[in-house]
Write a protein that binds this ligand. Structure first.
Ligand code: GLN
Length: 491
């Protein structure tokens, strides 16, 4: 790590404005760090030439007094976001050679704000997974290791490359997508901050679709302030996504440092799972104590339908995925494997183009949507989803401002250690995060400590709809108390 890659995004922004260093120098420092960190497999595509050209343009704007809010800030973009002229594969073989002719709304807003593209980061294929192991480009290795061990640890998933890149100081921030926990779980596993905004806060246009009623994009950063800065530029109304809300984007950074005195923080009792590691319980208790010491009031609350969230999610998400992924048919774009006739071509293309986990989701999805099973599975799952949402609404109505839960049921596990024999073992990772997607609420994961093996643990704060500001304020209290966590460099 060199001096410029040790800065926070806010520090880099201020240093650029004061002309302490140039955007080209900042980009160069990160490009070098990326080159030296290829062992992590965090990037599936590096874009050094584009980065330097963008940085040069940033320097010109800084000199002309026309800097945007993210001017010259080097970022990594999850490979689920379309980037004009830059391959976007969703880390699937079926899109291995897909180069979009347009940018997603999120990325175009980031470039408009002055940010610099360093490259595209690795993720689980079509964002289906919790460990980055389903990627066509191979797993990501976390910069974190267990004490005294050199076993490769997963950064979590599906946004594993973004989380690892931020944690390893390869960029100042990164984008992620979160359908069931894919921002918050990898953030928790890598000691970084990750927020999934309220459904509708950030445009989904140009983001490769997984489950459209659950997908939401958000940032990864090393500090709460940095994530607030990034979200402001990512969020906003977009007529191209009809589920995107038309309301002004607050200056989230202003919420960082705001007092939490008098806030009522709910502690949902259903998140205390049988067999949960004592260290997770301990960190949760610690988080409660920190918020209490800062003046928040803690109240035990009940979200009685929590236990149905995971099974319902694994009906709704595959159902929507099976429909969204129908477009990859070898006709319009992506891979085409020739066949005897058109049906044979479809079948060969999809059989060869999709990996095992994606095929499994498509099969589950088509099954639960099929005539005869639709009412028993899909319809019921949607009804359960409404009940989950109502649980939260009742608590908020009773005066709860936000809730505090663990972000994950365990610390990060080793690559290849989980879900080999039974995929459900992997799905269980999402117990604390999927509820938030099912209810469409905002959730933030913030680092809170290290476990006995030296791996990061995160806490999750869940907020009222469109009240990301309270999450930033409360997460900042935890950050102040817990401090920052950095992986020892071995790569
Ligand atoms: N791990 C969950 C899944 O595999 C969530 C993934 C995500 O949020 N994209 O579906």
């Amino acid at each position: 790590m060199n001096e410029l890659t040790s800065l926070s995004l806010a520090q880099a922004r201020d240093g650029l404005a004061k002309k302490d260093f140039s955007a080209v120098e900042l980009a160069d420092a990160h490009l070098l760090a990326i080159e030296q960190a290829r062992a992590l497999n965090a990037f599936v595509l590096e874009t050094p030439e584009r980065a330097l050209a963008m940085a040069k343009a940033s320097d010109a704007r800084i000199h002309a007094g026309k800097a945007g809010p993210l001017e010259g800030i080097p970022l990594a973009i999850k490979d689920m976001f379309c980037t004009e002229g830059v391959r976007t594969s969703a880390c699937s073989k079926i899109l291995e050679n897909f180069v979009p002719t347009y940018d997603s709304t999120v990325t175009s807003q980031l470039w408009r704000a002055g940010a610099v593209l360093l490259g595209k980061t690795n993720n689980d294929e079509f964002a289906m997974g919790s460990s980055n192991e389903t990627s066509h480009f191979g797993p990501v290795t976390s910069p974190w290791r267990r004490k005294g061990s050199n076993v490769a640890i997963t950064p979590g998933g599906s946004s594993g490359g973004s989380a690892a890149a931020v944690a390893a100081h390869l960029c100042l921030g990164a984008t992620g997508t979160d359908t069931g926990g894919s921002i918050r779980q990898p953030a928790a596993f890598t000691g970084t901050v990750g927020i999934k905004p309220t459904y509708g806060r950030v445009s989904r246009w140009g983001v490769v679709a997984f489950a459209s009623s659950l997908d939401q994009a958000g940032p990864f950063a090393r500090t709460v302030r940095d994530s607030a800065i990034l979200l402001r530029s990512m969020a906003g109304h977009d007529a191209k996504d009809t589920t995107c809300i038309d309301s002004p984007v607050p200056d989230y950074e202003k919420a960082v440092g705001r007092s939490v005195k008098g806030l009522r923080i709910g502690i949902p009792k259903e998140y205390r799972l049988d067999g949960m590691p004592a260290e997770i319980e301990k960190i949760w208790e610690q988080g409660r104590a920190w918020l209490k010491a800062a003046g928040a009031e803690l109240v035990e609350v009940s979200l009685p339908h929590t236990k149905y969230a995971l099974p319902a999610y694994y009906i709704v998400a595959p159902a929507e995925a099976s429909s969204n992924l129908a477009r990859y048919d070898g006709v319009r774009y992506g891979l085409r494997v020739p066949g005897r006739d058109i049906t044979d071509m479809y079948e060969r293309t999809r059989a060869e183009g999709f990996g095992a986990e994606v095929r499994r989701r498509i099969m589950i999805g088509t099954y639960v949507l099929s005539a005869g099973y639709y009412d028993a599975y899909y319809l019921r799952a949607q009804q359960v989803r409404t009940l989950i949402k109502r649980d939260f609404e009742a608590c908020f109505k009773a005066g709860v401002h936000a809730m505090l839960t663990p972000a994950t049921p365990s610390a990060a596990f080793g690559v290849g250690e989980k879900g080999q024999a039974d995929p459900v073992e992997m799905y269980l990772n999402d117990v604390f995060t999927v509820t938030v997607n099912m209810a469409g609420l905002p959730g933030i994961a913030v680092p809170a400590g290290l476990d006995g093996q030296g791996l990061p643990l995160g806490l999750q704060l869940i907020g009222r709809p469109f009240d990301e500001e309270t999450l930033f304020s409360a997460a900042h209290v935890i950050e102040q108390a817990a401090g920052h966590f950095k992986a020892a460099k071995w790569w």
